[in-house]
Design a binder for this molecule. Structure first.
Ligand code: PLP
Length: 390
């Protein structure tokens, strides 16, 4: 069975909860994407930009000193941090900009949290000479100043959002509002496996290059499949990108690491699947942090890219069928892991990716025998240096 089904559902999750004015636009997008996805010329074009421009394939790097540190784990890092613009986000924006171009759209909008998706979108908009506006919460504008500067340099307009928690959720609300108003000429580039159908499906397809490469690479290097896949989960695109190609490899265990922020027993975390309940946000049904009245709660994480109260519907589905397990790592633990990887391997990971690295310590204590692990190193940490105050 391949998912999503015809109505864009993964089990009970996903779907399309949007104003009526967007239904036709989503239908049009779905039709175009499905056609292009198997079009030979489109595939060649996508391959060209992923390899020549973005820097694929990324290395699957054996982290020797990190593995020695954890003793019972043999750890490989999928180096998405080596990509142009510094994170996995470019896999998706390259794909979506090509779809936009084929659909004849002239204006690009996006939402951004950490600013990584905003930068990745501004980058490809510049590459194709399209007008670009990026919605960003003012809280994030402050803590990710470097990325704001990059987006502006790339010719994008960074539109500040003062509403709500002034983070990713609010930026996405504004972007959806813009799209409703300007749907004829505007293409909305969503940055994760979230949003109404076909976005979770489309973004998964563009990101699943991560797992397809990793599967091939680990088989070449180790002659066997890994025991564990570990990836951080904000909206869930780097994790789904890694997981998807292994879905039918039943022995490969998948672990999604959410942000526990100041602690899952406080109100300041982003652990949607481990602590939330089922609800609707940004056009799809999935896990959600909400209060007893169904009001969306404010998420928190030291990693701006994980600071989101929702999660992609396919993850909610993987959790519901037991295909993946979801855990959480707090701010302090993530910071510790950032230093650990920097000191042991000379690789400074993004704060987001540091959550996945941190979970290895808990995993090492849990495994019975020496285990083979692939961690998705979703991005590099340069953008976070100002926040570390070292
Ligand atoms: C945006 C981002 C994430 C979180 O987004 P997902 O859709 O969950 O992958 C993780 N790591 C980095 C480096 C990011 O920029």
């Amino acid at each position: 069975m391949t998912l999503p089904n015809k109505t864009g559902h993964f089990g009970e999750f996903g779907g399309r909860f949007v104003p009526e004015t967007l239904i036709a636009a989503l239908d049009e997008l779905e039709k175009n994407f499905k056609k292009l996805k198997s079009d030979k010329k489109f595939k060649e074009e996508l391959h060209f930009y992923l390899t020549e421009y973005a820097g694929r394939p990324t290395n699957l790097y054996f982290a020797k000193r990190l593995s020695r540190h954890f003793k019972k784990l043999k750890v490989y890092l999928k180096r998405e941090d080596m990509l142009h613009t510094g994170a996995h986000k470019i896999n998706n924006t390259v794909g979506q900009i090509l779809v936009a171009k084929h659909m004849g759209k002239t204006r690009i909008i996006a939402e951004t949290g950490a600013g990584q998706h905003g930068v990745a979108t501004a980058t490809v908009a510049a590459l194709f000479g399209l007008k670009c506006r990026v919605y960003m919460g003012t809280e994030d504008i402050e803590r990710q100043a470097l990325n704001v500067y990059r987006m502006k340099l790339l010719g994008a307009e960074v539109f500040p959002v003062h509403a709500g928690s002034r983070t990713l959720k609010d930026a996405m609300n504004e972007a959806i509002r813009d799209w409703v108003t300007n749907v004829r000429d505007t293409f909305y580039v969503i940055g994760s496996v979230a949003g109404p159908h076909p976005y979770p499906f489309m973004v998964r397809e563009f990101q699943s290059v991560i797992g397809r490469e990793a599967r091939r690479q680990i088989l070449a290097k180790e002659k066997k499949l890994p025991d564990y896949l570990v990836a951080c989960v904000g909206g869930g695109s780097n994790a789904m990108g890694l997981f998807h190609a292994f879905f039918n490899d039943k022995k490969v265990k998948m672990i999604g690491v959410e942000a526990a922020g100041l602690g899952i027993n406080t109100k300041h975390h982003s652990a949607t699947l481990t602590q939330g309940s089922i609800g609707v946000l940004h056009g799809s049904k999935s896990g959600l942090l909400q209060d007893n009245d169904g009001q969306v709660e404010i998420a928190h994480s030291i990693a701006a890219g994980l600071d989101y109260p929702g999660v992609g519907p396919e993850h909610a589905y993987y959790k519901s069928i037991g295909r993946a397990q979801y855990v959480s790592i707090n701010d302090k633990e993530a910071l510790k892991a950032l230093r650990l990887l920097s000191e042991l391997e000379g690789i400074i990971p993004a704060l987001e990716s540091s959550h996945a690295i941190s979970y290895l310590e808990k995993l090492a204590r849990k495994v019975k025998s020496r285990s083979l692990v692939i961690v998705c190193l979703s991005g590099r940490g340069d953008k976070d240096m100002a926040q570390l105050k070292i």
